[in-house]
Ligand binder design. Structure first.
Ligand SMILES: C[S@@+](CC[C@H](N)C(=O)[O-])C[C@H]1O[C@@H](n2cnc3c(N)ncnc32)[C@H](O)[C@@H]1O
Length: 260
């Protein structure tokens, strides 16, 4: 992996690229007049993050591309504003003022919808183990202009932390978030959204462990949530009750409220 810029970068992109390369611990390669294919060939590398004026963009030799976009969160927020339902919000009961820990930030769509729902008095922390995804999505959430004030405000409020969720959960005090949720990568890729397909080459594909769920139950005040395919067997393996089924996935819930 290396970091470069678009052609003729401004001072701002140069500085962002320098900081990003340092943060990721990878070389910063001046773009000059080279195509990306030329840089891959010359450096013998196959993955790059390109710092551009409009966004930070991952590209690899195989043609995979990943950049931040709020995806379905814009439509989901529009639906919520119209009084329509959302499977995450309905299954969880997440509401104004709640503190939410999103253990699998990914593209950030669920975190944006949660952040919109909890509002200014709530809090959403998004964890992402993969440094490239965390950096690109953090930058996107801080700068992307969706042309909708409510969506922009929801994006800006999300706190992004690059870390493994188990490590983070282990250092959280008991009952420190209202909701803790997991949306791991599906192991079968059939019918995956194009956003998730673009994330896949960079993503952590490890299954959720019982140890992580036990920690999440300790940390949650109200519930732990898991998004999975209905027939994945993961809800049964990890002790979740399926409360909300959507077209090709479901939200499982472990309610912890009132149990202690
Ligand atoms: C399916 S995506 C999440 C999509 C997200 N809910 C959204 O709305 O865009 C799963 C993400 O969790 C990340 N992930 C997987 N295991 C993780 C772990 N142990 N700690 C932190 N992040 C993890 C993956 O790298 C991937 O980006």
């Amino acid at each position: 992996m290396f970091v470069t810029t678009s052609f003729q970068p401004r001072q701002q992109e140069r500085e962002e690229a320098e900081r990003l390369a340092q943060q990721l611990g990878v070389p910063l390669i001046p773009r000059e007049r080279n195509s990306l294919a030329e840089l891959f060939a010359r450096l013998g590398k196959s993955r790059a993050i390109i710092v551009r004026k409009q966004d930070w963009r991952y590209e690899d030799k195989q043609g995979n591309v990943f950049f931040f976009h709020p995806n379905m969160s814009i439509l989901r927020i529009k639906h919520l504003l119209q009084g329509k339902s959302d499977s995450l919000i309905d299954s969880s009961g997440i509401t104004v003022g709640d503190e939410v820990l999103d253990c699998t930030l990914g593209m950030g769509a669920d975190a944006i919808v949660s952040s919109f729902t909890v509002g200014e008095t709530g809090r959403v922390v998004g964890l992402e183990s993969e440094p490239a995804i965390a950096a690109i999505v953090k930058q996107g959430l801080a700068t992307y202009d969706s042309k909708r004030l409510a969506v922009n405000a929801a994006m800006r409020r999300i706190e992004v932390i690059q870390t493994d969720y188990l490590r983070y959960l282990q250092q959280c005090p008991d009952r420190s978030f209202d909701y803790v949720y997991f949306d791991p990568m599906f192991r079968q890729t059939i019918k995956e959204s194009s956003a998730m397909q673009s994330l896949r080459p960079l993503a952590n594909l490890a299954p959720v462990t019982q140890e992580a769920i036990d920690e999440a139950v300790r940390v949650a005040r109200k519930a732990v949530l898991l998004k999975e395919r209905v027939k994945s067997g993961e809800f049964e393996r990890l002790g979740f009750t399926v409360e909300k089924k959507a077209s090709n996935f479901a939200w499982g819930v472990i309610r912890v409220e009132g149990e202690r």
